[in-house]
Design a protein around this ligand. Structure first.
Ligand SMILES: Cc1cc2nc3c(=O)[nH]c(=O)nc-3n(C[C@H](O)[C@H](O)[C@H](O)COP(=O)(O)OP(=O)(O)OC[C@H]3O[C@@H](n4cnc5c(N)ncnc54)[C@H](O)[C@@H]3O)c2cc1C
Length: 381
């Protein structure tokens, strides 16, 4: 299926591209160097309606479609993937609360993260449970009308940030009849007593996006903070992650496009042996491959997003798009550095920073290996 991009979506691309070039590009290197978060830009993106674009207007969202949101993330990631990730991870929390929360929970926790007042974090991964999410150990015990949380989480985007709001925490609340963990999701307000952070994690990519280590020690939250039904936490999160895969893929697409654009510009301006780099076939072929992968990734991602917008099944398409776009983004980031020679290694060059960012994309929201398992399982079913 060929997806038709509407005029309104083309306009969104134009506005976000200009915004990213004007507001994000000039500070991108500093954000990378200091691993700092662009608070001012976050507010601005909230006011412009970019953060909550596909969510219900009643709770501060923009009432838009997912394809438009994909274009927003693509354009931001073209300039700085870490900034795009802040919106992406926030959106996972948005989806969880929007799909499973009560009206009270939405008013209290969804609205502030869609408008840019706060930022949301989703806390599933633990030191010994990443791909194998069902083996988490953090647990919650009901004591009267309060849940008591104990355990720890690692690698949590948007946590330990000055404006971190709700953290949607997955915790074991019992055992199912078949002996597997019963997992529930809870909305935990940031820094509730008993909820602390560990060391600052130093990363090779997504440096402007905070990544925290969370500890819960007899942390008490009211029963009303249970999200959806008890025991449905893992299902809620895995369903949300399917959409997340389209969004991570769109960030890969941004890196593909950015690597291509920067490589072409550099090849035009750099000369060796008296000739522009554009004259060398070995480099021409690199940009031909990048452009082909960019187009293919775009088709796959827009197709998956359109299926979601149309209310059709999209899980397989989301996994395929995520796998392809992120692996090709990694390849493009690698080749863009090669085209830039020694300059490509310097962090002042965007191609260098995109290299670490692309690597993260192959790990999060299900690694490439996990995507291949999901796709092959669906094919063999
Ligand atoms: C920057 C960053 C931000 C993140 N943000 C969040 C967040 O906001 N919230 C959150 O909950 N988590 C987050 N994560 C965690 C991320 O989702 C996990 O790192 C990821 O799911 C992989 O889990 P793991 O690191 O435990 O690796 P493992 O699961 O230990 O995997 C190690 C390797 O083994 C492979 N492998 C594992 N199982 C299999 C198998 N059955 N068959 C074949 N190969 C297999 C994997 O593909 C990988 O190559 C983040 C991670 C990073 C790096």
């Amino acid at each position: 299926m060929l997806v038709k991009v509407k005029e309104e979506q083309k306009m969104i691309r134009k506005v976000v591209r200009e915004l990213a070039e004007r507001e994000v590009a000039p500070m991108s290197e500093k954000l990378w160097e200091h691993q700092s978060f662009p608070y001012k830009f976050w507010r601005m993106a909230g006011e412009l309606g970019l953060i909550g674009l596909p969510y219900e207007e009643e709770f501060g969202g923009g009432g838009g479609d997912w394809l438009s949101f994909v274009i927003v993330l693509e354009e931001l990631a073209r300039v700085d993937c870490a900034v795009a990730n802040a919106i992406m991870a926030n959106s996972s929390v948005g989806s969880l609360i929007s799909n499973y929360g009560t009206k009270e929970q939405k008013n209290k926790y969804l609205k502030p993260i869609l408008t840019g007042e706060k930022i949301g974090a989703i806390a599933l991964t633990e030191a010994n449970a990443g791909s194998d999410a069902s083996s988490i150990k953090t647990h919650a015990v009901l004591d009267g009308d309060e849940w008591v949380l104990n355990g720890s989480k690692i690698f949590i985007s948007n946590s330990d940030n000055d404006i971190t709001g709700p953290v949607v925490l997955a915790a074991v609340t019992g055992k199912k009849e078949d002996g597997r963990n019963e997992i529930s999701n809870f909305i935990v307000p940031n820094r509730t007593p008993g909820f602390t952070y560990g060391r600052k994690l130093n990363k090779i990519g997504w440096r402007a996006s905070s990544t925290g280590e969370l500890f819960f020690e007899n942390c008490r939250i009211p029963n009303e903070n249970l999200l959806g039904d008890r025991g449905s936490g893992l299902k809620q999160t895995l369903t949300t992650i399917n959409t997340g895969r389209i969004l991570i893929a769109s960030m890969g697409l941004g890196i593909l496009q950015g690597s291509l654009d920067r490589s072409i510009s550099y090849m035009k301006e750099r000369t060796t042996f008296g000739k522009a780099l554009t004259e060398y076939q070995s480099l021409q072929f690199k940009i031909a491959d990048m452009a082909t992968h960019t187009e293919l990734a775009r088709l796959m991602i827009y197709h998956a997003a359109s299926l979601k917008d149309d209310g059709k099944p999209f899980d397989k398409e989301a996994s395929m798009a995520k796998l392809f776009a992120t692996e090709k983004a990694m390849e493009a980031a690698h080749q863009a550095i090669q085209i830039h020679g020694g300059y490509g290694i310097m962090s002042e060059y965007a191609v260098s920073r995109a290299f670490g960012d692309a690597k993260v994309l192959e790990i999060v929201e299900g690694t490439s290996e996990i995507q291949r398992m999901i796709i092959s399982r669906m094919l063999l079913k």
